[in-house]
Design a protein around this ligand. Structure first.
Ligand code: ADP
Ligand code: MG
Length: 266
């Protein structure tokens, strides 16, 4: 167990600066939610914490406890207890869900890994998530619907027992019943293991189940406002407009006017 501390983080993706002097600290057991318009760098943040090599740290630091994450691989970060439930979970052809989970757990627990308790827990959590039992033996996410993939991410979380959890738009693709099941399971896990949690979402409906201690609004690669849960209803009502940079809006409107002018003269 440890706190995650991000300081002055600037990150480049495909030659473009996405995160810009980003700061955030999440203590053990705290739940933080990040909301923000599309393309603002939320998934980038989750991937750079996890160590995706496509996302380049130009400056700043990410610490998990006293461990500087910058030079660690995705694997090493996972072994430290960091887990990312992805916005778009990947399919793995030819590897069943059960095999995948067993090897991931084996890699983590080494000689402490025990097969019978693993199988028992897998069954329990599959039931707890109201997943179809045959999904254990199908290829990872192969032919899974959007919602089933999201539940599968939560299944992985439950078995891997991370001490820090990032959930990137775990609510997208879920119907109302599945949303409640996923939300309740995340809270149950939080009650049992007290991990720090970072949830990225667009909607209040997820936060009706996953109760954040802090909400952050992220625009253009940084947090522009933080507050408590009341900030969510404010955003639902007013949108993000007032948090967007005035200059950006001006440039956009000048750009549109210029296009209109050009069209008029053609
Ligand atoms: P959000 O999750 O807030 O919607 P993202 O972090 O996914 O935003 O993306 C932020 C910006 O970075 C977008 O403009 C996106 O196109 C760009 N981006 C993200 N990942 C990549 C990548 N692998 N290659 C190129 N551009 C990327
Ligand atoms: Mg995203």
């Amino acid at each position: 167990m440890a706190k995650l501390e991000i300081k002055n983080l600037t990150v480049e993706v495909a030659g473009k600066t996405i995160l810009n002097d980003f700061n955030l600290t999440i203590n053990d057991g705290e739940i933080h939610a990040i909301m923000g318009p599309n393309g603002t760098g939320k998934s980038t943040l989750s991937k750079v914490i996890m160590g995706d090599p496509n996302y380049k740290m130009l400056s700043g630091t990410i610490y998990y406890g006293d461990q500087n994450l910058e030079t660690l691989t995705v694997d090493e970060r996972a072994r430290l207890g960091i887990f990312l439930g992805m916005q778009m979970p990947l399919e793995i052809e030819g590897v069943t869900n059960a095999d995948f989970l067993r090897s991931a757990l084996h890699a983590k627990e080494q000689q402490n890994f025990k097969l019978m308790p693993f199988i028992k827990e897998l069954d329990t959590v599959v039931e707890q998530l109201y997943m179809n039992k045959d999904m254990i033996h199908r290829g990872v996410n192969q032919g899974f619907s959007g919602g089933e993939r999201k539940k599968n991410e939560i299944l992985q979380m439950y078995l891997l027992k991370p001490s820090f959890v990032i959930l990137d738009e775990i609510d997208s693709g879920l119907d109302v019943d599945s949303l409640k099941i996923v939300g309740d399971n995340v809270m149950k896990y939080h009650d049992e293991k007290n991990p720090g949690i970072l949830v990225i979402t667009h909607y209040q409906r997820l936060l009706d189940y996953i109760k954040p201690d802090f909400i952050h609004i992220m625009v253009d690669g940084k947090i522009v406002k933080s507050g408590d849960a009341s900030l969510v209803s404010y955003i639902e009502e007013h949108g993000y407009d007032e948090f967007k940079k005035k200059e950006t809006k001006k440039v956009v409107s000048i750009g549109t006017c210029a296009v209109k002018e050009t069209l008029k003269h053609e």
